[in-house]
Every structure is written in C-alpha cells, then in structure tokens.
Design a protein around this ligand. Structure first.
Ligand code: CMP
Length: 139
C-alpha cells in the first residue's frame, strides 16, 4: 500500500553537513519526497512533538537537543513507507543498528541519532500535520 510517512533529519545531522546524504538515501531507496523544509523547533515545539515520551528520563535532554538547531522534516511517499523508512534508518541506538543503515553510518548516539521516522501510519498522519499544511505538500 502506498502511504506517507514523516522523516526528520535531526539537528546533529544538519549541523554536521549530512542533510544531503540523508535525502539522497531516501530517494535512492525509492521514496518520493512530497514536502520538505528546514525549521528550528522551540523547546515547547519539541515537547509537543515528543509528548508521548514526556515521562521518560531522557525527555528534557531530548527536547533540548531537538531545539538546539535547525532540523529538516520531510514527507516521504512509498509502498509500505512507514516500515520501510524505519528499516532504512536502523535501530534507535546506532551501536545496535544494522550495517548500511542511516543511523549505523551517520548517527552519534542513541539520542543524537541523525533521523526520526514515524512508527505507525496513524502517528505519521499526526506528525505530518505537525510540520506541513496541505498547501505545502505536493500531489
Ligand atoms: P526517535 O526515533 O526520534 O524517537 C524518540 C527519540 O528519543 C529517539 O529517536 C532518540 O533520539 C531519543 N531516545 C530514545 N531512547 C533514548 C535513550 N535511552 N536515551 C536518550 N535518548 C533516547
């Protein structure tokens, strides 16, 4: 099934000049980019985006990191896009990620892990609406 998902090139990867390489990998894997922008989240924006993690011990540090510099949210379209993007990213902890995945090759740590990808089609819809209006998404 063709579906949409949200990818984010996180502030660590933007700051170290990996945005282009990550977008290249999305396209090389067959995803079509339907929307793309660069934004800097406020601490409050990051807290809203990651609200499901608010009880976790890393919530404060995660939201500091995600608001520390610009990030690049991307709307990606493809067959089974949600699980396929997660496969392309690799495990949350780059030390545990498979060879050839984005996080294995480009991420620094379990927190500064280069990319985000939605974990379900329902969350993809919510997360895409957080960053993009209908007007910003090409058909
Ligand atoms: P992401 O896929 O964006 O989803 C939640 C984020 O929280 C995750 O990537 C990491 O950036 C961060 N995260 C998850 N687990 C931990 C952890 N144990 N310690 C620090 N950060 C974490």
């Amino acid at each position: 099934m063709v579906e949409l998902t949200l990818g984010i090139v996180k502030p660590d990867a933007v700051a170290t000049g990996k945005t282009g390489e990550i977008l290249r990998r999305y396209e090389a894997a067959g995803f079509r980019i339907r929307a793309l922008k660069m934004v800097q989240l406020s601490k409050g924006d990051a807290q809203r985006f990651y609200a499901v993690h608010k009880e976790r011990p890393f919530f404060s540090s995660l939201t500091d990191f995600m608001s520390s510099g610009p990030c690049v949210p991307v709307c990606l379209e493809g067959k089974n896009a949600v699980p396929r993007l997660r496969e392309l990213m690799g495990a949350t902890d780059p030390a545990k990620a498979d060879e050839g995945t984005i996080r294995k090759d480009l991420a620094e740590s379990i927190e500064r892990n280069a990319v985000h990808g939605s974990d379900s089609p329902e969350n993809a819809r919510i997360e895409l609406a957080f960053f993009f209006s209908g007007l910003e998404t090409v058909s």
